[in-house]
Each structure stands twice: as structure tokens, then as C-alpha cells.
Design a protein around this ligand. Structure first.
Ligand code: FE2
Length: 395
């Protein structure tokens, strides 16, 4: 029964049922060494004629867009007749999410599984991510979109954590710089929000944040300058993303995700860009409340990412702001807002349905304060010339 629960100050645990193998060439090593029988591959379209995929000679389904329920159904129809013993998910977060959904259906006869136990039945799920950020490669979640309602259907089950996650930095080599930056930011915020959750945080997930968030910050200058990453830097991002996926499976995400997910229902932006909108006002909101907890994190960052030292809440915000500015992510957000101006009222209505955030935010949240924070985030991109709102912190 405890597997279903999130932590409380009185009862905290750590659950993760998967395995990880990381290193250059681990995907080829697994395919050639294991020679998995009954293999089916669900992959990004870019892998249609990849030598490893061709050599595997397995049923192949390609993913071309953000996951929708209808895509999962189409891929299920393609994959199911071969009755696979192993599903290899090879691609970004969208592909991994679809592979989880299809695997859920193959095992349980439905996409709508929730907290179902792993019964040991086929197929096994192997994840080889080609991006670093969403954490889908290790998390217990998958998300399918319903375009009709613009809603996202999130599903949760420990049994759908991939049985094996292969982190091969060679698979990240082709990722464009902006995608790397957005992914790194998503993973960083997963690690940060699980670190400062009021009741659910634990020493177990804090250890993941203390190790992996500074490693992301160490790579951030390379990302911001659009310099090519070394294999070690790519591996650092992949490992951080994977551990962030573990962290958010044990401790829920926080206010940036609550606001970002509400915004994504209105505006066509990648998930990490919606988080970026609220970075500064949310960090300012609870800066003093989390200062003691955050101090060892920033000192660790000083040691691991000395180029940005001394790290602090303000330095963290500034470093990401500089990187998003350099790679023109902020311009893209402002353009998206101009095309579809977000509604603050609709945003607040969506946020009001999230009962967790009221419990887990490091500071008490009343609707008026929450509205101020949300408005401050939106205002930066609706009126790019506006000074950054410091008023939130003054309340
Ligand atoms: Fe996220």
C-alpha cells in the first residue's frame, strides 16, 4: 500500500523499481549482447533508417508528434499483432510516453491504468532516451494529450517505470541546442521542486538534487553559448534527467509546474518554456522560506559549477534568464503570448483545482498572492520592457 503514497513529514520513503545502465554505446551493447527475443521498437521518426534499428529487424512504429491518445491506439494496432516480449522505446519524452501507454495496454488491456501492480507479464519495457529533461525514461508517469479538450491526461503507475533505462550520451549528440537547454531546465526544476516541497521532501530525493542539479548548472554555460557538449557533459544531462524522473516520482512537482501546466492549456509552448515564465516570481516568493535548505545546494553548486559561483536563488534565476535570452527562448515565449494572449483568470481557475500545491508550497498561498505571482510571470513576456517584478517578495 505504501507504494501508492507520497511522503509526509511523519512517513517518508523512497521507491524506484527500475534499472539503469549508462555510458557511451550502451544501446548497441544491449541490442547486440542481449539479442532480445520478441522485440518491438517504438521510435522517433528520425530513427526510421538508423543502422541499429534496421539491424534489429523488429516490428517498428514511429512517433512524429507530442503523444495523443489516438497515436497510442495506432501504435498499439501496429505492435500488438507481433505479441512482443520486449518493447524498446527509442526517442524523446513523447516517444517514451507513448511506449509506456502502449506497454500498459499490452499488459493490462487499457491505457487508463493507475497504480496497477507489475505482474511480471510481458512485455518488458526498455527506454533509450534521445533527449534529457522530461524524466519519462525513469518516471512512473506518462501523459497523453486530448486535442479536443486541450487537456493532458496524466497517468501514474510504478509498474510502468521502464524495466531498464539505457543512458547513451551518443544518442544526445544530434539534439539541437534549444532542445538541450529546455530539457536541462525541466530536469533542473524537477530536482529543485522535489527538494523544496514542504511535506513530501525527504533526505532520499534531496541526495539526488544535491548531486545532479549542480551538474546541470556546470553544463549551463556551454548550453547558453551554443557550444558543442562533450560526451561527459551529455551524460551528465542524461543522468540528471533520469534522477529527476526518480525524484518527481517520489515527491510531487511544485508551483512552477502547477502554473506552467495551467498555462500550457492556453498557449502553444513546450512544457519547459511554460515553467520558465514563472521562474523568477516563484523563486522570489519562497526564497527566504527555503534559504536554510538551499544553502548546502548552492555551496555544492559552487564546487561543481564554479563558473557561476557564488550560487544563490538570484544567481540561479539570472543564469537561466541569460541562457534563455541567448538561445531566443524568451523571444519565442513573447511571440506565443502575442499570438495567443494568455488569460490570467483562466490560469487561476486551473491552478485553483490543484489542491497539492496549497499543501506543499514552502510558503502559505492565498488566492490573491498566487494571482500576483502568476501575473508577474506573464507580465515579463506580455510586456518585455517591464522591469522584473520584485513586489512579490515584499508581501
Ligand atoms: Fe516538468
Amino acid at each position: 500500500m505504501y507504494e501508492r503514497l507520497y511522503n509526509t513529514p511523519q512517513r517518508h520513503g523512497f521507491h524506484w523499481p527500475g534499472r539503469i545502465v549508462a555510458g557511451e554505446g550502451v544501446l548497441a551493447g544491449w541490442l547486440n549482447g542481449e539479442r532480445p527475443r520478441g522485440l518491438a521498437i517504438i521510435a522517433d521518426a528520425a530513427f526510421a533508417d538508423h543502422p541499429l534499428v534496421l539491424a534489429a529487424d523488429a516490428p517498428l512504429a514511429l512517433v512524429c508528434r507530442e503523444p495523443r491518445a489516438e497515436d497510442a491506439e495506432a501504435i498499439l494496432r501496429r505492435i500488438a499483432p507481433s505479441n512482443p516480449e520486449t518493447v524498446l522505446a527509442l526517442g524523446g519524452g513523447a516517444t517514451l510516453d507513448i511506449a509506456k501507454a502502449v506497454t500498459a495496454h499490452l499488459r493490462h488491456g487499457s491505457f487508463a491504468v493507475r497504480d496497477v501492480p507489475r505482474d511480471g507479464g510481458a512485455p518488458a519495457l526498455i527506454a533509450a532516451p534521445t533527449t534529457a529533461g522530461s524524466g519519462s525514461e525513469t518516471s512512473r508517469f506518462f501523459i497523453l494529450a486530448d486535442p479536443a479538450s486541450r487537456a493532458k491526461i496524466a497517468t501514474r503507475a510504478w509498474s510502468l517505470v521502464p524495466d531498464l533505462t539505457l543512458l547513451d550520451p551518443g544518442l544526445l549528440a544530434a539534439a539541437p541546442p534549444r532542445l538541450l537547454l529546455l530539457g536541462a531546465f525541466d530536469a533542473a526544476i524537477h530536482l529543485w521542486e522535489s527538494f523544496i516541497a514542504r511535506g513530501e521532501k525527504s533526505s532520499f530525493t534531496a541526495a539526488l538534487t544535491l548531486t545532479h542539479l549542480p551538474r546541470i548548472l556546470a553544463v549551463l554555460p556551454e548550453l547558453a553559448a551554443d557550444r558543442p557538449l562533450s560526451p561527459a557533459q551529455r551524460l551528465a544531462l542524461m543522468e540528471a534527467s533520469a534522477m529527476a524522473g526518480v525524484a518527481i516520482s517520489n515527491v510531487r512537482t511544485g508551483l512552477m509546474h502547477t502554473l506552467g501546466e495551467a498555462l500550457s492549456a492556453q498557449v502553444n509552448l513546450p512544457h519547459p518554456a511554460t515553467l520558465r515564465v514563472f521562474l523568477a516570481p516563484v523563486m522570489a516568493l519562497y526564497e527566504h522560506a527555503v534559504a536554510d535548505d538551499a544553502a548546502p545546494l548552492w555551496r555544492m553548486a559552487d564546487a561543481v559549477a564554479p563558473a557561476g559561483a557564488p550560487w544563490s536563488s538570484d544567481a540561479f534565476v539570472a543564469a537561466w534568464r541569460e541562457a534563455f535570452g541567448a538561445l531566443k527562448v524568451d523571444d519565442a515565449i513573447a511571440a506565443a503570448f502575442e499570438a495567443t494572449p494568455p488569460s490570467l483568470d483562466a490560469l487561476m481557475a486551473a491552478v485553483a483545482r490543484d489542491t497539492t500545491i496549497a499543501k506543499e508550497n514552502p510558503t502559505p498561498l492565498d488566492p490573491g498572492l498566487l494571482r500576483l505571482v502568476a501575473a508577474a510571470g506573464l507580465a515579463v513576456f506580455q510586456h518585455p520592457q517591464a522591469a522584473h517584478p520584485a513586489a512579490v517578495n515584499a508581501r
